[in-house]
Write a protein that binds this ligand. Structure first.
Ligand code: HEM
Length: 134
C-alpha cells in the first residue's frame, strides 16, 4: 500500500503526463508536414524553411503545458494574438490550421482524457487567433 509518495501524481505536469518533449515534437512535426502541403497555409509562413516555425510552436506548447521555459527565454512573453496580427487569420485559415492539428493530435494516440484536454485548448486558442473576416 501507499508505494506512491503522496502528491507525486498530482504534481506531474501535463507535459510530463503525456510524455514530455518527444510528444510535443512529434505533434508539431506532424502538424507542419500538413502545413507544408497546404495551399492556403503554406504561403502565410514568411520563411522558406518551416523548421524555425516548427521549433517555435513546439517550444511554446511545451512551455504552456508545464515543460521548460525555453520559448520565453528566447522569444519573451508569447503575446500570441499580437504575433499573429501580421497574418490574415480568417475562418478558412483557422479551419485549415485546426484540420492539420486534428490529424497531428490523432497521430499521438494519447489516452482519451489527455487528448481531450489538449484538443480543447488547441481549438479554444485557434478560435481566439482569428483576426479577419472571410
Ligand atoms: C488559427 C490559425 C493559425 C494560423 C493561420 C497561424 C499562423 C501562424 C503563422 C503564419 C506564424 C508565423 C510563423 C512563425 O513565425 O512561426 C505563426 C506563428 C506562431 N503561432 Fe500560429 N497560427 C494559428 C494559430 C495558432 C495557435 C492556436 C497557436 C497556439 C496554440 C499558435 C502558435 C504560434 C506560435 C507560438 C508562433 C510563433 C510566435 C513567435 O515566437 O514569433 N498559432 N502562426
Amino acid at each position: 500500500m501507499n508505494k506512491i509518495p503522496r502528491g507525486t501524481l498530482q504534481e506531474q505536469t501535463f507535459y510530463e503526463q503525456v510524455g514530455g518533449e518527444e510528444t510535443f515534437r512529434r505533434l508539431v512535426h506532424r502538424f507542419y508536414q500538413g502545413v507544408a502541403e497546404d495551399p492556403l497555409l503554406r504561403p502565410m509562413y514568411p520563411e522558406e524553411d518551416l523548421g524555425p516555425a516548427e521549433e517555435r510552436l513546439a517550444l511554446f506548447l511545451m512551455q504552456y503545458w508545464g515543460g521548460p521555459r525555453t520559448y520565453s527565454d528566447g522569444r519573451g512573453h508569447p503575446r500570441l494574438r499580437m504575433r499573429h496580427a501580421p497574418f490574415t487569420v480568417d475562418r478558412a485559415a483557422h479551419d485549415a490550421w485546426v484540420r492539420h492539428m486534428r490529424d497531428a493530435v490523432d497521430s499521438l494516440g494519447l489516452p482519451e482524457e489527455h487528448e481531450t484536454q489538449l484538443w480543447n485548448y488547441l481549438t479554444y486558442a485557434a478560435a481566439s487567433m482569428i483576426n479577419a473576416a472571410d
